[in-house]
Design a protein around this ligand. Structure first.
Ligand code: PEP
Ligand code: MG
Length: 328
């Protein structure tokens, strides 16, 4: 079957009724971008920039970051659609950085991290945004903010972006003036306020790795309670449905870059819930395209409707597994 999947790496991700779903890759650096492109990724749905910050004993310079982002933008510049979503720094929580001197916290996952840290450390944030803007002249870059928990944070992050743009204007440096800006939906409050956040952004990307952790109050790394950590939990599915519903009328593109997006059992359900883009590890792309080619949108929407009354993750799993057996 692997051989069949591989023939799909060269094809566009199209459902049997012609509906296009963007099949994108999650990456950590420029090398991963090439691997993703070779597996048939049509875009980059998430570049985790943490890797750049975790590998040295100081933060990467604007030039170092610019060089990496530029390479990735160029790798996908000729692809369709070829958008490259780069996420601004998401450290803290499980991702520690020695040189930043973040004080030990009782609850690091609920603490000083990601956009919270960036809005506080404007030096770091401005440097990264300048590097991203400069790289946007070489491809179809989009900027995404992680761990957004409310409206004001979106406004504040966009204000720093405007400041970076103003600096580059003064220096007469070129960048994409229409660069698209989006947010991760990975905190329940953001999912619940998606209609409001949609007024200020071009796209959402649902991060199930954290959304599951925060909505179910289940530490994503704790093995003892791993049985509770399930993205097929009906509460999580309600949140996903709500986000897609809030985004559609406002023309906000909705993707998913958490682990759920690359799960063959989840793909038809996610499409049925209204997602436009699925972003995953490179290895999952050919199989995802294969699955999409086997199903049509109306059937997936019926599947999504049929799980709406499920009371437990197990009930959802029974339904999506039966669906996969029928169509896979
Ligand atoms: C997520 O939370 O789903 C996500 C994609 O981000 P990360 O795994 O980097 O926290
Ligand atoms: Mg996350």
């Amino acid at each position: 079957q692997q051989a069949i999947f591989e023939t799909f790496s060269k094809k566009q991700a199209v459902m049997s009724d012609g509906t296009r779903i963007i099949t994108a890759v999650n990456i950590g650096n420029a090398k991963d971008a090439e691997i993703g492109a070779a597996q048939g990724a049509e875009a980059v749905g998430l570049m985790r920039t943490e890797l750049l910050f975790l590998s040295g004993d100081a933060a990467p310079t604007e030039e170092e970051q610019f060089a990496e982002y530029k390479k990735i933008a160029e790798t996908f510049a000729g692809s369709e659609p070829g958008d490259v979503i780069i996420r601004t720094l998401d450290i803290g929580g499980d991702k520690e950085v020695q040189y930043l001197d973040i004080p030990k916290e009782e609850n690091p996952f609920l603490g000083y991290r990601a956009i919270r840290l960036c809005l506080d450390r404007k030096d770091l944030f401005l440097t990264q945004l300048r590097a991203l803007l400069r790289a946007s002249a070489f491809g179809k870059l989009k900027i995404m903010f992680p761990m957004i928990s409310g409206y004001q944070e979106v406004l504040d992050a966009k204000a720093v972006l405007a400041e970076a743009k103003a600096q580059l204007d003064v220096e007469q440096v070129v960048y994409d003036r229409d660069i698209k800006v989006g947010v991760m939906i990975e905190v329940p409050s953001a999912a619940l306020m998606a209609d409001v956040l949609a007024e200020k952004v071009d796209f959402f990307s649902i991060g199930t790795n954290d959304l599951v952790q925060y909505s179910l109050a289940v530490d994503r790394g704790n093995r003892k309670i791993a049985y509770l950590y399930d993205y097929f939990n009906p509460a999580v599915i309600r949140l996903i449905r709500q986000v897609a519903k809030a985004a559609k009328p406002r023309n906000v593109l909705v993707g998913m870059c958490g682990g759920m997006a690359g799960d063959p059992l989840a793909v038809p359900l996610l499409v049925g819930l209204g997602l436009d883009e699925l972003s995953m590890a490179a290895g999952a792309i050919p199989q995802t395209k294969y699955i999409l080619s086997k199903v049509d949108l109306a059937t997936c929407q019926a599947l999504a409707a049929s799980v709406a009354d499920c009371k437990t993750p197990q009930e959802v799993r029974v339904i999506v597994t039966a669906f996969a057996e029928k169509y896979g």
